[in-house]
Design a protein around this ligand. Structure first.
Ligand code: NAD
Length: 294
């Protein structure tokens, strides 16, 4: 059984991205720029924004930090996005979600210039992903599912014809994961909250991607012998460890049970999570390179 080390794969990716930025700087006398926009002070968002900013700077991306107050209204945020859309220095724009309730997230995400859409959430990029050929390197692809795909590719097993089951149909994980795995010629089933016989579906999966948000929902007995298990879920729970109640992170898969049957499995933490930020940096570089074309 192999534990897929997301930290290491993400680190290797960042080393390559850093080299690429050095080469781009030589060629264009400029480095890619990423605008990071946060509204309000949700603690988890501040942690993500800090990590994204640090990792972007570490690979040589120039970060433009825009931290706005909770009382920012939709018009003010649209004005900022409009300025960033026009800025020559900014190649990627990231608006950290969730936004405060009085701001419509869809309106804001759709106002980002698709060419600067660092998260790959804009309908234009979603559409492009669904019709693109499998070797299209210029796409801005949602970071988490793309990170999952890179982890799968690291295993060097053929993906063609494999039965893949994705649990979860969100716009940020499940749906783009479907597109990516279809492009790899997997046979894909997407399960969701209304799916019947989930256990039976999972038992037939050569590749199982869990993106639900329910701690340890997927049991070891659901895993086919030799399957590859990619656990996107991040759930904080209290668990007794060595006689002490501890606040810990777990995935959507019962890792200790599943590892008995799996050929390879991602841990939580240290699996899919680190890949997400690395893929955000990759998108920023792609947006920079796309801006230099034609
Ligand atoms: P979401 O809430 O938008 O979607 C959850 C999906 O799970 C829905 O499509 C729903 O239909 C499905 N679902 C709910 N209950 C189910 C059930 N009983 N059986 C089958 N399907 C069920 O969540 P999301 O944004 O896609 O995130 C999913 C999980 O992944 C969360 O834990 C989130 O924190 C995590 N996440 C991690 C990363 C990362 O970088 N590792 C990135 C994004 C999300």
């Amino acid at each position: 059984m192999k534990i897929i080390d997301g930290k290491k794969i993400a680190e290797d990716l960042r080393v390559n991205l850093k080299k690429e930025i050095t080469a781009l700087k030589k060629r264009y006398s400029k480095v890619p720029g990423l605008a990071v926009v946060q509204v309000g002070n949700v603690a988890a968002s501040s942690v993500y924004v800090k990590a994204k900013t640090k990792q972007a700077q570490d690979v040589g991306i120039r970060v433009f930090d825009h931290h706005l107050g909770e009382d920012t209204n939709e018009e003010m945020l649209l004005n900022l996005v409009s300025q960033l859309n026009k800025s020559e220095e900014v190649n990627g724009i990231l608006v950290q979600l969730p936004l405060p309730k009085h701001i419509n997230e869809e309106v804001i995400l759709n106002s980002i210039n698709p060419e600067k859409d660092a998260d790959g959430f804009h309908p234009f990029n979603v559409g492009k992903l669904s019709i693109a050929s499998s070797n299209d390197e210029n796409l801005l692809i949602p970071c988490t599912p793309y990170g999952v795909l890179l982890m799968l590719k690291e295993l060097n097993i053929g993906l063609v014809g494999k039965n893949a089951v994705i649990i979860g149909r969100s716009n940020i994980v499940g749906k783009p994961m479907l597109q990516l795995l279809i492009k790899e010629s997997c046979t894909v089933t997407v399960a969701h909250s209304k799916t019947k016989n989930l256990e039976m579906l999972c038992k037939n999966a050569d590749i199982l991607v869990a993106a639900v948000g329910r701690p340890k929902m997927v049991k070891g007995s659901w895993i086919k012998k030799g399957a590859i298990v990619l656990d996107v879920g991040i759930n904080r729970i209290i668990e007794n460890r060595d006689g002490e109640d501890k606040n810990i992170l777990v995935g959507d898969v019962d890792f200790n049970e599943a590892k008995e049957s799996a050929f390879a499995i991602t841990p939580v933490p240290g699996g899919v999570g680190p890949m997400t930020i690395a893929c955000l940096l990759r998108n920023t570089i792609i947006a920079f390179k796309n801006s230099k074309k034609g």
